[in-house]
Design a binder for this molecule. Structure first.
Ligand code: HAM
Length: 439
């Protein structure tokens, strides 16, 4: 029978990789907490209108990329293509915007977009994202960008570029749309069918089209920065000033429009050229109209999201030193049935104390058990035979140094813990000594 493989554009996260990702995610959530963000979890699927209204029905995401289906109750359901719309829906539904503002939420979610898979572009991918509600001042934009930059600092990524732009508010957008319409009207025959429709409904979306011809034509189009109203101009100047004050390098790229409709004023992207064509690792901006669009009282808001897979690609490309893979702390080899019983009880005690303890589950001989303990990288091993049970003393072997220590049965867990801590302290001491010598 033919083997069933994972659907195109999805990937399994195998144990070695998931350990790296768990580590990254823990750092991200901790950093988010330092900026006052608390984790929000929303459903993988939402009612389709949420994204049609929230993300925008002229975007590629809504027009071409959503996983939409009818459920058994005849409702139109969509797997979330991004995290912002669901976060806004959730904070509105639970009245969180009536509590202390600004409200800050973070999330780690899987997202689904029917795109052509390639390196860094998947149909199921994961985002770390944050959303801040109730802060209209440019200082909020600047702090959000500093937060995003902080992520790359934590992972020691320095060659990533920050590009920012302002796409203005409704008022500046109206004038800009006129200019764009005029520009693209004369090139109507050369742009794709979808963009011809966009020309009427939302001409800025043409700037985000993935079609090569449309992209080439868009290169010469008018830029939004020339159409900003005084208020938006001042807001953007302030954001830049705060970034400068904090020594942040950035480039103003007037062609960033982002692929989702909800943005207003500041937008930004962190782009790398280490991971191929899909170089945008993190993107975000302000979206002051979305809360109202989704039925809430008007509330300014802003946020960003980062693709976890793209961050991992980047860290791997830059040879980031991930923490060493976890291995068993101790492996109990047994000779005979009584020893196996003792191994099971001792391992339970150690597991209760937070250690990773393993025993033989498949009835291997002693030699094969030792081989297995080596394979799984057990830090310590103990061989238990009938004699040891009779004498009540066990030998604990440090697999790295070969040193052997003894412990009685009764105090085994306590003695092992002391031995373990001693070894860690010794290692730290050696490490510090090397550091001092190098200085
Ligand atoms: P976005 O730019 O569409 O923004 O996606 C954010 C990040 O998700 C991208 O920079 C990229 O790293 C990752 N990403 C997007 N599509 C894919 C894909 N097909 N495969 C792998 N990674 C992908 C948003 O989603 C906004 N909700 C961000 C935001 C939050 N704006 C305000 N708040």
């Amino acid at each position: 029978m033919a083997k069933i493989t994972a659907p195109r554009g999805t990937q399994d996260i195998l144990p070695a990789q998931s350990e790296k990702i768990r580590n990254i995610e823990a750092l991200l959530l901790t950093l988010a907490e330092s900026y006052g963000y608390r984790e929000l979890r929303t459903p993988v699927f939402e009612n389709t209108d949420l994204f049609e209204r929230g993300v925008g029905d002229t975007t590629d995401v809504v027009q071409k990329e959503m996983y939409t289906f009818e459920d058994k109750g005849g409702r139109s359901i969509t797997l979330r293509p991004e995290g912002t719309a669901g976060a806004v829906r959730s904070v509105l539904e639970h009245g969180l915007l009536n509590e202390a503002l600004p409200l800050r939420v973070s999330y780690l979610t899987s997202c689904y977009r029917y795109e052509k898979p390639q390196a860094g572009r998947l149909r199921e991918f994961h985002q770390f994202g944050v959303e801040c509600f109730g802060a209209a001042a440019p200082i909020a934009d600047a702090q959000l960008i500093l937060f995003a930059k902080h992520i790359f600092d934590i992972f020691e990524v320095d060659n990533i570029s920050l590009e920012i732009n302002s796409i203005g508010c409704k008022e500046c957008r109206a004038k800009y749309y006129e200019a764009l319409k005029e520009y693209f009207e004369s090139k109507k025959d050369a742009i794709c069918g979808t963009c011809v429709q966009r020309l009427e409904k939302n001409p800025m979306r043409i700037l985000d089209c993935k079609n090569k011809e449309c992209r080439d034509i868009a290169k010469e189009s008018p830029v939004i920065l020339d159409y900003l109203c005084e208020d938006c101009k001042e807001h953007f100047e302030k954001v830049k000033e705060y970034l400068d004050l904090n020594g942040v390098n950035f480039k103003v790229n007037p062609r960033i429009v982002r692929g989702l409709d909800y943005y207003t004023k500041t937008v930004f992207e962190f782009v790398s050229d280490n991971i191929g064509a899909q170089g945008t690792v993190l993107g975000g901006g302000r979206y002051d109209g979305l809360v109202e669009e989704l039925g809430g009282k008007p509330a300014p808001a802003l946020g960003f999201a980062m693709g976890i897979e793209r961050l991992v690609l980047l860290l791997e490309a830059l040879d980031y030193k991930f923490p060493e893979a976890k291995t068993a702390d101790i492996y109990f080899c047994n000779i005979g049935d009584n020893a196996l019983k003792a191994a099971l009880s001792l391992s339970e005690e150690l597991i209760a104390d937070g250690f990773e303890a393993a025993i033989d589950l498949v009835g291997r001989g002693l030699k094969a058990q030792m081989k297995y303990a080596n394979k799984i990288g057990a830090k310590y091993t103990v061989v238990i035979g009938d004699d040891d049970i009779e004498n009540g003393v066990l030998k604990i072997k440090n697999m790295e140094t070969g040193e052997v220590s003894e412990s009685d049965f009764i105090n085994f867990a306590e003695n092992f813990e002391n031995l373990y801590l001693e070894q860690i302290t010794q290692k730290e001491f050696e490490y510090l000594n090397i550091e001092t010598e190098e200085e």
